[in-house]
Design a protein around this ligand. Structure first.
Ligand SMILES: *Cc1c(COP(=O)(O)O)cnc(C)c1O
Length: 369
């Protein structure tokens, strides 16, 4: 007699749903904060020859010292800090939570935010406490400090800028959280390249801080590489939880090569920011859509009926993210990743058609009544 999964798998895991990735074949893909540009041809050729001569029969360098050196230089990681690498920053979030998962420990974050903080907390059997942001998505500092006093979180996650709202919380309020937090504070700077702002240089001021970054949003989402910087006391412990060969040979080689050409990444990020400013201006001019200010590579916007607009965009072959229903503050909100000029123009013209048509629809219905 063989057991069924329902007899063996943890009941709380059975009750969860997996992170939903939308199918995107053949669509204009503006749903996942990817960089829409490819790398210059000469750099692609260099990568090709690196791959051709790589020793994929060998395990990767477990400590990845070359890649870490390159990251330290390029991303200006302070000398006093150690570096942890992950198979995407997702894995680092999981490693940190797992390492801190004492019985009864609490994971806390301002919400709405990146959903994986909660997901990994639940997988580790921990309680997740989400503290609502203000309605303009700023950090409600008094409320957050009070929640920290009440729940005594082992780890606080702050997405800086915040996904999905696109804004930066004030530097002062984050400093206050860092000072008053009873445990670790992870500053998730996944969108740092677009926002400019960072706490990386302040690691020595805040010994309870980990700065978390990823190369996913700057053009290397397919490589799966995240990195965290913090005092060695923390990083040493996290390294015990990390799988020894979590970052593959090809990821190490290619990331190192691309980071050596950082000007390419910086130019692409600047282009994305310019496109973002153009797109915000146009969205503001379309009646029925209210974009929120963003310093990231995406824009959150409210429409009269998010699910209708989402579906209609899909009919136009454009895939975005519908956040309606995921948090009370995200009522009728959609998230648009910044694409190429051509892709953004397709989005704009589709939105004009859809919202124009639904406006007419409303007017027609009003006339009938
Ligand atoms: C996209 C994202 C991540 C995950 O990035 P990966 O490195 O691709 O795993 C982490 N944090 C935030 C806030 C994100 O938006």
């Amino acid at each position: 007699m063989t057991a069924s999964p329902s007899q063996i798998i943890r009941e709380d895991i059975q009750a969860m749903s997996a992170y939903a990735v939308q199918s995107s074949a053949g669509m204009v893909k503006l749903d996942a904060m990817e960089n829409p540009y490819s790398l210059p041809e000469p750099l692609r050729q260099e990568i090709a020859s690196l791959v051709a001569t790589s020793e994929i029969n060998r395990y990767p360098d477990s400590v990845a010292s070359n890649l870490k050196d390159r990251l330290r230089q390029t991303m200006v990681i302070p000398t006093g800090a150690d570096i942890l690498l992950g198979n995407g920053s997702d894995e680092i979030i999981q490693i940190i939570i797992q390492a801190c998962a004492r019985p009864g420990a609490v994971i806390m974050a301002p919400t709405p935010t990146f959903v994986m903080y909660r997901q990994y907390a639940l997988i580790a059997g921990l309680k997740f406490v989400g503290v609502p942001l203000a309605s303009d998505f700023s950090l409600d500092l008094d409320r957050f400090l009070a929640a920290m006093r009440e729940h005594n979180p082992a780890v606080v996650f702050i997405s800086y800028p915040n996904n999905p709202s696109g804004n930066l919380f004030s530097e002062k309020s984050i400093s206050q959280v860092l000072v008053e937090a009873p445990g670790l504070v992870v500053l998730d700077e996944a969108y740092q390249a677009f926002a400019g702002a960072t706490f990386m240089s302040r690691l020595s001021d805040f010994p309870n801080m980990i700065a978390l970054r990823t190369v996913s949003k700057i053009g290397l989402a397919g490589l799966r590489l995240g990195y965290a910087a913090g005092l060695s006391g923390w990083i040493e412990e996290f390294n015990k939880v990390r799988s020894p060969y979590n970052v593959g040979v090809l990821t190490q080689l290619v990331a190192e090569k691309v980071l050596a050409h950082n000007s390419v990444i910086e130019r692409q990020a600047a282009d994305i920011c310019a496109e973002r400013e153009k797109l915000v201006m146009v969205l503001k001019s379309i009646s029925g859509i209210t974009p929120f200010p963003s310093v990231a590579n995406f824009i959150l916007a409210r429409v009269p009926d998010a699910s209708q607009v989402f579906e209609a965009l899909r009919q136009h072959n454009i895939l975005i993210k519908n956040l309606h229903g995921s948090h009370p503050l995200l009522d009728n909100c959609l998230r648009f990743t910044i694409g190429t000029t051509v892709e953004n123009d397709l989005l704009i013209s589709a939105l004009r058609t859809i919202l124009g048509a639904s406006n007419h629809g409303v007017e027609a219905a009003d006339r009938v009544r």
